[in-house]
Unconditional design. Structure first.
Length: 358
């Protein structure tokens, strides 16, 4: 479950931001998007008047969205601020600061590119909403307010990597740094150490059931596809490595995943089901993926959680289910070109077989 909300006050925010900045002073971040904080506190450096800022609210993050939704809105915010030559900023009294403080417990670098300040004479711009997972070119929008110092925008889902692809995968990975305690948990609790995943090529199969099963929008992971995808993923990986190949199921339905493993018979490789626990941080599978996943198979491919699991993985090979939507579902709001990177490979099912959809 996500970290419970914490009580918020300005002193806590300032202390947290100063501590984060000091702790990560050697971190590699875009040099022009982290500067100063404008508050009444005498020890806080004042910003240069000529600097320009982009303020934002995150719609999904404020209204019950999970960690995958939050991550798209946050990283897209950083990307949009970058292309519009502005400092990404949050209003001092905005509840977004409280939300960011909550997530900072899981993602230590979260405040590195962010300026916290009081907004004055802000101009509001709108990014037209076309759907959860489509990109809107923000260049023309922000060119109209290029002379304004403070600009405010409300970000709604922003689930397209087009908003931040110019930052580069390694820069995003630096921003989405995990807490050391979470690395330790992923190493010691999710798959027994005796299996030595460090030395094998691991095919991580992401499963999304739960809310997706009843969803009228998103295609959930099915038994037929997942079983075939395990076999296909391992065979595909073996064409590209000489290492021992193992499969690992990561998801949100432990008993279902264990039944899947039992149904995969006659194979000469290990299949593990990663442990789950309600008290672990919600992004623990991302941590595991960054440590161990060389090939990722997304069986419910419109899952934002699965998307980030694949993007942050140790390896760069991703296979995703081309049947991602229920009938008349999320395909209306999702542009495949703008949602999945072009080097990710689409796969489809024909009977009991999986094939690359070239």
């Amino acid at each position: 479950m996500p970290t419970p909300p914490i009580s918020f006050n300005i002193q806590d925010a300032e202390a947290t931001i100063r501590a984060v900045k000091a702790t990560h002073s050697q971190a590699t971040v875009s040099p022009r998007v982290w500067n100063s904080i404008e508050t009444s506190h005498p020890a806080i450096e004042k910003p240069i008047c000529s600097e320009k800022y982009l303020f934002a609210d995150f719609h999904a993050s404020k209204f019950g969205g999970g960690v995958g939704n939050f991550m798209f809105e946050w990283i897209s915010f950083i990307g949009i601020a970058n292309v519009s030559s502005r400092h990404p900023a949050l209003h001092l009294q905005n509840s977004m600061v409280e939300i960011m403080l909550k997530w900072q417990k899981s993602f230590p670098n979260i405040f590195l590119p962010i300026t916290i300040k009081s907004m004055r004479n802000e101009v509001t711009v709108d990014i037209p909403y076309q759907g959860c997972c489509k990109y809107t070119d923000v260049g023309p929008i922000f060119s109209k307010v290029a002379a304004d110092v403070n600009v405010f925008v409300r970000l709604v889902y922003m689930q397209s990597f087009y908003y931040f692809r110019h930052l580069g995968r390694e820069e995003v990975r630096r921003l989405v740094a995990f807490h050391p305690n979470d690395f330790n948990l992923a190493k010691t609790q999710m798959v027994a150490a005796k299996f030595n995943l460090d030395s094998s090529h691991n095919v991580c199969v992401h499963v999304r059931r739960g809310d997706f099963v009843k969803s009228t929008l998103h295609q959930h992971s099915t038994e037929e596809f997942t079983t075939a995808a395990i076999r296909f993923g391992v065979d595909y990986a073996r064409q590209n490595t000489n290492l021992t190949v193992a499969a690992v199921l990561l998801g949100n339905d432990l008993s279902w995943e264990k039944d899947i493993v039992k149904s995969v018979v006659g194979v000469d490789y290990a299949i593990h089901v990663a442990a789950q626990h309600k008290d672990w941080v919600p992004h623990i599978d991302w941590v595991f993926s960054q440590l161990y996943c060389d090939t990722v198979v997304l069986t419910a491919a419109s899952s934002t959680y699965g998307w980030w699991l694949a993007y942050l993985a140790r390896g760069s090979t991703v296979l995703y289910n081309g049947q991602f939507s229920k009938k008349d579902g999320v395909e209306k709001e999702l542009d495949p070109v703008q949602f999945w990177p072009e080097d990710w490979r689409r796969i489809r099912q024909n009977g009991t077989e999986i094939y690359l959809d070239l």
